[in-house]
Design a protein around this ligand. Sequence first.
Ligand code: AHR
Length: 513
Amino acid sequence: MKNTILSLLLLLAVTAANAQNTATLTVPAKAEQIISRHIYGHFAEHLGRCIYGGFYVGENNTKIPHTAGVRNDVVDALKKLKIPNLRWPGGCFADTYHWKDGIGPKEQRPSIVNTWWGGVTENNSFGTHDFLNMCELLGTEPYLAGNMGSGAVQELADWVQYTNFAGVGPMSKLRKENGREKPWNVKYWGIGNEAWGCGGNMTAEYYANEYRKYATFVSDWNNSGKLFRIASGANGGDYNWTETLMKIIPKNLIEGVALHHYAVINWDKKGPSVKFSEEQYFATMKSALHMEELVQKHSAIMDKYDPAKKIALVVDEWGGWYEVEPGTNPGFLYQQNTMRDAMIAGSTLNTFNNHSDRVRMANLAQAINVLQSVILTDEEKMLLTPTYHVMEMYNVHQDATYLPFTVQSADYTLGNEKLKAVNGSASRDKNGATHISLVNIDPKNKQQVAITIEGARYKNVLGRIVTSKTLQDHNTFDKPDVIKPVAFKGAKLKGNSLNVELPPFSVVVLEMK
Ligand code: AHR
């Protein structure tokens, strides 16, 4: 009897360790949906050391190599990511920012107090020219977040004219006086940020009506009809917010509706960024995976008012949010980045890819030295985080054709709770290569995934993986390469069957030709 029980337990343990998952990759004869590269966007706020020390070290810096004050190492790293767009200057900061403070000779620019983030003095040395020229250097599209909370319609209209008008006018004259002849032609414009909170504590109805007014004057000065206006969106599951915006705002005034959702355990007790327990990991992943439901439900509301899906859902703030690193300024939101963040990034990007019919833009918060950053800096030192490596591996999906990929996943269980262990997404690039990205969030068990391929035959499969020894592993300035992608050998292709063995807590991207 004792032996039978022991054998049964052993069998159960082996089964759990090799849990079987099934998936189907469908390659339709006519696949048309594109995964917009803009899903892979980033966010740069005047917050802590994101701009100052992160992107920008000043024109007079002699220690750190730079171009017009922007760090060369950061530019190189972000170019490798193929960063498609960059949101600036906030966040909450955007609704306190007056762009005219940040133009003209730097020594004459006024100082302001950054009331949202640490109460530090902001000298406005990084302003509109600095940001837009930096975007040109990065080869990325700027996304300017306009100030509705403490600004004015005229101020925002002037900003558009300043950045975009090629003809003769007061703002284009000012731009030329400040050294820039040609307009930058900024396409993406946010009308306020978190209007339900730091952007003015507005009701949805009030915001929607204000939006109509602001959006009317965010007009295209070059008459190219290409401005993309993004309304400040819901806080997580506030579906009434999205419904109200879709109802009140006429379709000719809006191109995108935003959504913010952070993977956070508890706003009052966020837990540490590195020394977290498995319970805290589970809770973070539960919150991160909630993105799937949020995207589905907000999209369903948008479908009612916009069945042709003309208006994009723009998740312009997402990522893991923990307590700040011990000993750092609580207002600077500086946190480390571990394998947990790689799990959040891989899973969230899979959700966005799978809903790319509606989610056509997103911005990870935030690029450098803040929340779920892709880069950390310390004076002249710089490191790439696990999140960076996931985003770099996933950039094969940018502007690729979406391929339906469905997963029937085993569970990752902790106590009485369970989450889906495996998630994934797939696309075909313009050279005909198919990519599948897979995540196993289970920290204890490897997962076998049996994938059936319908509609295509491939000859070979290659792959890369991000994983490590422990979930808490991270890169440091002394050991910057603890986590980086390596070749993956765990995928076997036979006819229309692809079998993949995903190690515990791993992100894999496969390429099939
Ligand atoms: O990303 C940090 C802050 O989080 C942003 O400024 C704000 O929009 C959000 O609440």
